[in-house]
Ligand binder design. Sequence first.
Ligand code: DP6
Length: 339
Amino acid sequence: MSDIITMVAPVNIAVIKYWGKRNEELILPLNDSVSATLDTNVMCAKTSVCVSPNFLEDEIWLNGVKESFSNERMQNCLREIKVRATVEKSVDDVFLSWKIHVCSENNFPTAAGLASSAAGYACLVSALAKVYKIKSDVSSIARLGSGSACRSVYGGFVRWHSGVKIDGSDSIAVQIADKSHWPEMHALILVVGDTKKKISSTKGMRISTKTSDLFQYRIQNCVPKRTEDICEAILAKDFVKFGEITMKDSNQFHAICLDSYPPITYMNDISNKIIELIHKYNNFHGEIKVAYTFDAGPNACLYLLQNEVPKILPLIQHIFPSSNPDTFVTGLPTHCEMI
Ligand code: DP6
């Protein structure tokens, strides 16, 4: 039996959203995206993997429940890992024939739609890469599990280049700045709802790609400049510029969801109240102090500098007095690591 390898991988929350694929099977996006990776202390996936000649089949336990390993995306990741191991001659052929057992769990509510698949696949692939001693880039393998997972392989701020090659070999995640670059940057996660989303991201982006006119406009006219600008803002630690682009891109992504046919609604009344509150807060201060962004669900991620956290948090707790939304505060640093 191999050693048991255990890894943790963080959640990442995009500030330039990935929405739409040029190749569904290889999970190649139509646009570049940018994200920040959150601290594993607050939200992460933890995965242990080992292989053995005694295991009869590949098996996986997700949050304590045994699931089938026949899931196509998991199979694709494992296949690619083995192809790389063969090319890199990193392990013996007999080792490649052994079956694997995987045990994976999240330290945050999975159903809340908080990029759990991104952390989960980044973690699975990073653990497999350690077991099979893969040396090449693993973000492109994590991408085969879930597009956004490729960004969770790195810490700090990360850009996923859509790439242009048909085989997807240039569709990889690259770190823009590491975790030490902007230590004041924090994220506040507001869990508005923990029910499973009605339309998965995979299905939602398929509908938008086919039916939304605004979708084409965004890809051609907005994302390229926004991506360059937000990378510059990150490098210059320009929060005002970072915040404006983040909010505009989130709003445009949700506008595209509404422009899809049939329309897709991920946010709810509480999400909209959060947006209203943040704009009022920023107007009151005369500049952007807090930026919101929403993925394919009602939960908000607020990006803000550390000194704003004690100011906005009581306000949110006052305006939304029940435990809805629940709040998690987190710094940004971290990356997939072995524990
Ligand atoms: C709105 O990565 O979950 O969170 O590649 O089909 O698995 P698949 O989709 P997924 O989509 C994430 C969409 C998003 C935006 C983002 O994270 O960039």
